[in-house]
Design a protein around this ligand. Structure first.
Ligand code: NAI
Length: 462
């Protein structure tokens, strides 16, 4: 029986980061992973492959729409779907091998197989039982199902199948206007697919700042995505090559049907904890199937910890990574900490959408006195030169103290721009602190500074 200080179950961004940090802090560490490659959903069938397809199709969009205007004339590139898939596979391989290298470098044992916990302090993988002083469960999440919609990963697909459709569909119906639906919907719309998004609510991307939601929907509509809002999908029917999607409009209960060559089910994800044996151990779970933990990520059973998508909070790779690092620090006798108030969210469409902290709606609900500083990318020289002037930066600051409470960006590189605001918030900065910081010209980040200036005496280029 091999004996460890820590065994991490799952090698996604939560698990592999936890394992590396544990090893760096001197703990003898192993990580259990049943997939053929490390990296979990994110590296194998999520964040990384989708970003490869988003990048490739954005390049195509640029060639088709903006090259000629820049004086780059000639035939637009045609799509070699097989090669695009190969590029995606290579991107995945480079990343998953990278984690394998980091495991070797940090002397972390990869125990291959699916793990379960027969009793505290023991992890069973296949016929072998390993001993661990502490166990971290980082088993992630899986797509949630929808009654009446049977996923075959060929015609009716989750995000996993959407990354590797046999061919580019003519018509695609996306169920759910959340992050996955809009990212993958964008990919196929750029490839020429007629994409219709059916959304239960009246606004896309639930929980986001309402002004951003409206602007985002307008921009995506301009890009060719169609939206059917306030519509509940009832069921899908498939034959060998096609599908029908039945939905009901909430406003009048009228029933409608859409034809599609592919249907993407993107109505959320749920914690994946099957086969771990948690119920038999008496580990408490929430009603939503999340593992309950205390503030230091310990479950209701001593020595068993849990992080990432399997516990409460946003299902985001970087939230899992932060918890992985912090949990490892706790196990090494340090003070691990995650500031849940400053976790950015990014949607990698074009333009990108990013947010951190409170939305305007949340501040209103809490009765907070706040001010808004807003700046459109139309006033940003770099964005105009790059055909990327759609969108804006919006900073919300406390009316009296000027402290930044939240920020919402829709525009070029929003997912990168948001981080200077995250750092500012971590340091308790005011909007004026950002506004007084010199920003290089010409950059997109000047739009962030202008929004901060707009919280005070006004933006310059507005
Ligand atoms: P989501 O929770 O973001 O959106 C699901 C949408 O489906 C909601 O708008 C909901 O109202 C709608 N819906 C639910 N039932 C419906 C029905 N019967 N008919 C029509 N619409 C219906 O879920 P999504 O997009 O599947 O993403 C899952 C998780 O993965 C999220 O937590 C997300 O944060 C994470 N993720 C994050 C990414 C990123 O950070 N860029 C990328 C991909 C996923």
């Amino acid at each position: 029986m091999a004996s460890y200080d820590v065994i991490v179950i799952g090698s996604g961004p939560g698990g592999y980061v936890a394992a590396i940090r544990c090893a760096q802090l001197g703990l003898k560490t192993a990580c259990v992973e049943g997939r053929d490659t490390l990296g979990g959903t994110c590296l194998n069938v999520g964040c990384i492959p989708s970003k490869a397809l988003l990048h490739a199709t954005h390049m195509l969009h640029e060639a088709e729409h903006n090259f000629a205007a820049m004086g780059l004339k000639g035939k637009s590139p045609s799509v070699d779907w097989k090669q695009m898939q190969a590029y995606k596979a290579e991107t995945i391989g480079a990343n998953t091998k990278g984690i394998e290298f980091l495991f070797k470098k940090n002397k972390i044992d990869w125990i291959k197989g699916w793990g379960s916990i027969p009793e505290p302090g023991r992890v069973k993988v296949g016929d072998e039982v390993h001993e661990a002083k502490n166990i971290i469960v980082a088993s992630g999440s899986e797509p949630a199902s929808l009654p009446g919609v049977e996923v075959d990963e060929k015609i009716v697909v989750t995000s996993t199948g959407a990354l590797e459709l046999g061919k580019i569909p003519k018509k695609m119906v996306v169920i759910g206007a959340g992050v996955i639906g809009l990212e993958m919907g964008s990919v196929y719309a750029r490839l020429g697919t007629e994409v219709t998004v059916v959304e239960y609510l009246d606004a896309i991307t639930p929980g986001m700042d309402a002004e951003v939601q409206r602007s985002f929907q307008k921009i995506l509509t301009k890009q060719g995505l169609k939206f059917i809002m306030g519509a509940a999908v009832q069921k899908t029917e498939t034959n060998k090559t096609k599908a029908k999607v039945h939905y009901k409009l909430r406003k009048d209960d009228s029933e409608h049907v859409l034809d599609a060559d592919a249907v993407l089910l993107a109505t959320g994800r749920k914690p994946y904890t099957d086969g771990l044996g948690l119920a038999d151990l008496g580990v408490e779970m929430s009603e939503r199937g999340q593992i309950k933990t205390d503030a230091q990520w310990q479950t209701t059973i001593k020595g068993i910890y849990a992080i990432g998508d399997a516990i409460a909070g946003p299902m985001l790779a970087h939230k899992a990574e932060d918890e992985g690092m912090a949990c490892a620090e706790v196990l090494a006798g340090k003070h691990g900490h995650v500031n849940y108030g400053v976790i950015p969210g990014v949607i990698y469409t074009h333009p990108e959408v990013a947010n951190v902290g409170a939305t305007e709606e949340e501040l209103k609900k809490d009765g907070r006195a706040y001010k808004v500083g807003k700046f459109s990318f139309m006033g940003n020289g770099r964005a105009k030169a790059n055909f990327a002037a759609d969108g804006f930066v919006k900073i919300l600051a406390d009316k009296d103290s000027d402290r930044i409470l939240g920020a919402h960006i829709i525009g070029p590189m929003a997912g990168d721009l948001i981080h200077e605001i995250c750092v500012a918030m971590e340091f308790g900065a005011s909007a004026q602190d950002l506004a007084l910081t010199c920003h290089a010209h010409p950059t997109y980040s000047e739009a962030v500074r202008e929004a901060a200036l707009a919280c005070g005496d006004g933006a310059i280029h507005a």
